[in-house]
Design a protein around this ligand. Structure first.
Ligand code: MRU
Length: 398
């Protein structure tokens, strides 16, 4: 249990941890409106609250819809959009479309908004009145958030056990594993809005499972620039859980593989195409190429909902391009940090480039082709490629 959570709720109140201030300051920010939820998902701006990680952004969107409707049901006078099923539909559909546009790559957000849209339509078709339809949407929204915790634990166990088995098959003991990861896929990236439970994470969940079962020697994680999900968030999660770990710059992965014995690379995913091509934090592809060169198993860990059967291969996955300025800025505590109460008070955003750079390439994700992926772990089990095959067949998994 990490003790860190991305979202917490109490009744209709939603708060998100301000990931921009982590790891130095723990501050929760209330999300009161659909617009604030959209902004929190979309923005990684210096002064905006921010939530990221594919499952967590889907959870926030679903919870924001649930909270919005729950408040409307209690409001006096009753808002006009609760006057009829069609008025409710006309109100909710644009909200779902708006939330869907916040970030394009992670399939979870689209899956959550589509699921709510389907609930809306089937409740309308069932002839329910507007208040009952709103109730159905509230239940569904909360369910989307709640489902994440159990499945993450299941994935972690499948992935951990499979990896230990693989290492044993190769003649190793399987009880002293070095595992590298990219970005942040732990409790801060996943859902667990009930503050008494914490998200377990996907790839970081596998590392946590190996640690909890005494099989992990050390976790390695890349900084994951330019947003530093690794050095700011994964570092904090591993430190909080007291898991032995080592940070490296993104450019040091080849050196790590040359000079250290690494048993596996485990990463999360924002979208997995039907053939197994996987979009994840930029830098994942580099790690996969290097892992293949060094014959290190490369494992993708993600819930079934991350598999998008409508996309045949990676070329169909939309890749979010972040604003150029974000790659020129680094945010953190002034050094040396001085702590008081909740954490470091003096945080700053500094520019690490000349200002007004003409060209900056800043994709948020890259696609790792399926042929570089050894196994895909979901809550349903571990999928490997057929002998000699370059891609996976994920149609039976979803
Ligand atoms: O831009 P981010 O921080 O939202 O990117 C997050 C990742 O790439 C994660 O690896 C992915 O969403 C899986 S999180 C369980």
């Amino acid at each position: 249990m990490s003790g860190l959570t991305s979202i917490r709720t109490s009744g209709d109140k939603i708060e998100i941890i301000n990931q921009l201030l982590l790891p130095h300051t723990t501050e929760f920010i209330e999300i009161d409106t659909i617009e604030q939820a959209h902004d929190a998902i979309k923005s990684m701006k210096a002064r905006n609250p921010c939530i990221r990680g594919a499952p967590a952004i889907a959870s926030l969107a679903a919870l924001a819809v649930a909270s919005h409707l729950s408040r409307a049901l209690q409001a006096s006078p009753t808002p006009d959009f609760l006057s009829s099923p069609s008025a409710l539909q006309d109100h909710v559909e644009p909200i779902l479309s708006f939330l869907f546009t916040a970030r394009p790559t992670a399939v979870n957000l689209g899956a959550a908004t589509r699921r709510l849209s389907k609930t809306l339509q089937s409740s309308v078709d069932a002839g329910k009145d507007a208040r009952l339809i709103a109730q159905d949407l509230i239940v569904e929204g909360k369910k989307i958030d709640e489902e994440d915790v159990g499945r993450n634990k299941q994935m972690a166990k499948w992935g951990g056990e499979w990896l230990v088995g693989q290492v044993k098959q190769q003649g190793g003991s399987g009880d002293s594993l070095n595992v590298m990861t990219v970005c942040n896929t732990g409790s801060l990236a996943t859902s667990a809005s009930d503050f008494s439970r914490y998200g377990y994470g996907t790839a970081l969940g596998v590392i946590t499972y190996l640690h909890e079962t005494g099989k992990l020697k050390r976790a390695y994680y890349t900084q994951s620039t330019p947003y530093h999900q690794g050095s700011r968030l994964t570092a904090l999660e591993l430190q909080t859980m007291k898991i032995p770990s080592t940070m490296l710059c993104d450019s040091m992965v080849g050196s790590l593989f040359q000079h250290h014995s690494i048993n596996a690379v485990v990463v999360g995913a924002d979208r997995i195409a039907k053939n197994g091509d996987t979009a994840n934090k930029v830098g994942t592809y580099n790690a996969a190429v290097l892992a293949a060169r060094h014959k290190i198993p490369f494992i993708v860990v993600a819930p079934v909902s991350t598999v998008d059967l409508d996309v045949a291969d990676g070329s169909g996955i939309p890749i979010e391009q972040r604003p150029p300025l974000e790659a020129c800025l680094v945010r953190g505590a002034l050094y040396p940090p001085s702590y008081d109460g909740a954490g470091v008070k003096e945080q700053a955003t500094v520019m690490v480039t000349p200002s007004g750079l003409e060209g900056v390439y800043n994709p948020s994700f890259d696609v790792t082709p399926a042929d570089l992926i050894t196994a895909i772990v979901t809550e349903k089990g571990v999928v490997v490629k057929g002998k000699g095959e370059l891609g996976f067949d994920l149609s039976g998994v979803v």
